[in-house]
Design a protein around this ligand. Structure first.
Ligand code: HEC
Ligand code: HEC
Ligand code: HEC
Ligand code: HEC
Length: 421
């Protein structure tokens, strides 16, 4: 009897024993920053900010100097509207202590040249797109060797402009993954972390097909409810969209799998003290955008009736409009100290970017806030007693250009329409 229990204890030690001595590896991860330098102070996007992310990284580094910092891509904006902001995002990312960053489809929204110019000093990994970065990175932490790879789904690049799409050379992910796994086997590296831009469903498929994967950080589409899945003992993790959170994993690499002990997703809210240097850089961006805008635009605008001119004939409507949130939409930005941000201006002003519309704070203030001409285009002959309405922009689709699901989650065309004035 005694003999048996000793034997049992020894064999248990052999199975579990090694894990007691394996070091714990901290993995900090992000993805889907989507060009958000900071939170906006509105209900659509209250959290996040690279100044807060940086502060969290510093705290982790103080506790574990050997932590890994990984990003699974989609760092810059969804559309090619904000190249200057995207440039700032990449510059700030360079100052954060990233170990490796995967390439997302969004990285190419401003074209391949922009990618080459702005991503070159970042630790980009791009296993199935040889032009965009290294095919992998082997790193060593506490004597554990870990291979970091990154895969991009070619199907996701179809939303890019045709000329950009066709300039990208992407190898099918599975072909590359098979080759890399063979290579790591030969090099005796048992641990593989995938920074994925394949989509969650594909990640699950890969995890079941390739047991060699130790951990998948799942970028691109983000599940609103769950953040951890385990397939074939391989954990798949997400931190959520728009850089609102930082994921922190505590765990050990055991027999080629990352076994998680703790998983935390830190919400970057106002309780997190900002990194003041990064914050200063974000402020510099605000100053710079506004000045570039005013340099481009020097010509005098054609005259057009302003909201006060409508008032002279439509006093009753004007008074009613004045009590609606549209009349205060600009004030909302001023109160947040963010009225110079072209990320906010388009929806809190009238006819943004058009000749008869808002463009910059120093000369088109007549078009600040959402006024009459956002919804009615009107012509008034000098001396006439009546106006000619030349266009109406009141359809559900017109409203939805600003009332997006993201910015206006409770939008309902019928009930909202009754409240315009
Ligand atoms: C010189 C006076 C005058 C000015 C200025 C003026 N309007 Fe009018 N507008 C009228 C009159 C008169 C009517 C027709 C009667 C009515 O519906 O009140 C009218 C009608 C309208 C209508 C309804 C058209 C329809 O098909 O029912 C809209 C919408 C309108 N105006 C919007 C505006 C807006 C927006 C402005 C400012 C950009 C403006 N108007 C400026 C006098 C004016
Ligand atoms: C140019 C962008 C823009 C367009 C177009 C637009 N809105 Fe708005 N709307 C806003 C903004 C910004 C606010 C919030 C203003 C604030 O509180 O600062 C708002 C607020 C509102 C509100 C108030 C909601 C509340 O919480 O009480 C209503 C109602 C509304 N809009 C209706 C409409 C309707 C209906 C249309 C289409 C006919 C429309 N809007 C088109 C930007 C827009
Ligand atoms: C795509 C259009 C759009 C953009 C871009 C946008 N907003 Fe708004 N914002 C809206 C709309 C629409 C509402 C009204 C939502 C509602 O009441 O349904 C709103 C409401 C707000 C409100 C008040 C109500 C709330 O949600 O708390 C604040 C504050 C605000 N926005 C700030 C900002 C800031 C700051 C930015 C830039 C970072 C920004 N918005 C960018 C469309 C936009
Ligand atoms: C968010 C969109 C929106 C804004 C902003 C807006 N309107 Fe309207 N307006 C409408 C809609 C919708 C109607 C009703 C359907 C139509 O005529 O297209 C309407 C109707 C009107 C009418 C004719 C019916 C009436 O109520 O007398 C006038 C006049 C008018 N608007 C003037 C104005 C003026 C003046 C302002 C600015 C002070 C203004 N509107 C701002 C959407 C808007």
């Amino acid at each position: 009897m005694k003999k048996i229990s000793v034997l049992l204890a020894v064999s248990l030690l052999m199975v579990q024993g090694c894990s007691w001595f394996e070091p714990s590896i901290t993995i900090v991860f992000t993805h889907n920053t989507n060009g958000f330098l900071e939170d906006c102070g509105c209900s659509g996007h209250k959290y996040g900010g690279l100044h807060r992310r940086s502060a969290v990284f510093t705290t982790v580094a103080e506790n574990d100097p050997e932590a890994l910092y990984l990003d699974a891509g989609d760092m810059i904006s969804t559309y090619s509207k904000f190249p200057l902001k995207d440039q700032y995002v990449t510059e700030i990312m360079k100052r954060l202590r990233y170990t490796a960053i995967g390439v997302g489809d969004q990285e190419f929204v401003n074209g391949f040249q922009f990618y080459e110019d702005n991503f070159k000093n970042l630790p980009m990994i791009s296993s199935n797109m040889p032009d965009a970065g290294k095919s992998g990175e082997i790193i060593k932490r506490k004597n554990v060797q870990i291979a970091i790879i990154s895969l991009l789904n070619p199907a996701f690049t179809t939303s890019l402009a045709d000329s950009i799409q066709f300039s990208l050379d992407i190898i099918p992910p599975k072909i590359v993954l098979k080759q890399l796994i063979e290579k790591f086997k030969l090099e005796k590296i048992p641990n593989i972390v995938l920074l994925s831009q394949l989509g969650l469903e594909k990640d699950k498929e890969l995890a079941s097909e390739f047991p060699e994967l130790s951990l998948i950080i799942s970028g691109h589409d983000q599940d609103p409810k769950d953040s951890l899945w385990v397939v074939n003992e391989t954990p798949i993790v997400q931190a959520g969209p728009d850089g609102e959170r930082v994921g922190i994993l505590e765990g050990k690499f055991l027999s080629g799998k990352y076994v998680i002990k703790h998983f935390n997703r830190i919400l970057l809210d106002s309780t997190i003290l900002a990194d003041s240097l990064i914050f200063a850089k974000i402020r510099r961006y605000h100053a710079e955008t506004d000045s570039t805008f005013s340099h481009v635009e020097t010509k005098i605008l054609p005259d057009n009736p302003s909201k006060t001119e409508c008032m002279s004939c439509h006093q009753d409507v004007y008074d009613r409009w004045l009590k609606t949130p549209h009349a205060h939409a600009w004030e909302t930005l001023v109160q947040a100290g963010i009225e110079k941000d072209p990320d906010c201006q388009p929806c809190h002003s009238t006819n943004y970017g058009e000749t008869v519309g808002f463009r910059a704070t120093n000369f088109t203030m007549k078009w600040a806030t959402v006024n009459c001409q956002q919804c009615h285009t009107v012509h008034v002959e000098p001396g006439a007693k009546i106006c000619v309405v030349t266009a109406s922009k009141n359809t559900e689709k017109d409203c939805a250009t600003c009332h997006t699901p993201h910015r206006s989650p409770n939008f309902n065309y019928k009930t909202y329409l009754q409240k315009v004035h």
